[in-house]
Design a protein around this ligand. Sequence first.
Ligand code: SF4
Length: 323
Amino acid sequence: MSEKIQNIEFPWGHKRRFNAYPDHFRKLFGARVQKVSIDAGFTCPNRDGTKGRGGCTYCNNDAFNPSYCVPEKTVTRQIAEGIAFHRNRYREAGSYLAYFQAYSNTYAPLAKLKDLYEEALSYPGVIGLIIGTRPDCIDDDKLEYLKELSEKHYVAVEYGIESCYDKTLRRINRGHSFKEAEDAVKRTSGMGINTGAHFIFGLPGESRDEMLAEADIISQLPLTTVKFHQLQIIRGTAMEKEYTSNPSDFHLFTWDEYLGFFIKFLERLSPAIVVERFTGEAPPRFLTEQKWGKKRTDQITGLIEKRLEELDTWQGRLYEDKR
Ligand code: SF4
């Protein structure tokens, strides 16, 4: 058997076996950067009737919003409280990124977006913006403005894409196609703006092979960062009802299954894409079942890195560049 790869630098410039988000930022800024979440009171076209009502079947934004984030507070106050929150828990960060997280954060007239984003950027220590949104909530004027902002600040737009398959997007009531997502990613990245995407594994109607094949599809997109979540059934959602009436339609990953699956997925994912998250962690009170026991994000990252080491493999080992 050949000797294990050890102490080599991977194409992303360090020895960790995947292109890790914190290291990416350390390389960009030379120090730790902390994200601070903001709920600026946006809604979403899939909730207000423009695209649909009721939203995506799995969505309950409260499950992912930190407690200091409420739209009744100004952006400035949320940032101040967010910084204090993180300072109490973790090492002090040198600088901060304002993360417009809740709902669709480009879904408003440009003038309103400018006010909110620029309020965030005027806060001492805030060096950039991360803007979570839907692929159908962006247009050329907004992109042009974000491009200008990105000449002076770090700016990233993160799109919820969730699946590369239209049959799944229809089933979970996303209200957009994969083609629309692909176009939004290409247009954003084409303007020189950092572009992120979010995907969920375990959505109903998708086989494990289909999910694995998404690594090849995602690798062809001009993405800077990606976040992955395992499907969790959140209380009070349409998906909870679907799950309760047809549990056999779902096959939720156990932790062991997910670990095995995710290693295979990472091996096929382009080494150029920075991986921010492997899993999601809705607070237990929102979950209909908690199959994984209590595992913090850092423990999950540790377990994934340990398995990569044991198997002597790494992100992109089986990636084929087809671009
Ligand atoms: S997941 Fe996002 S796009 Fe879907 S309903 Fe919720 S806020 Fe809207």
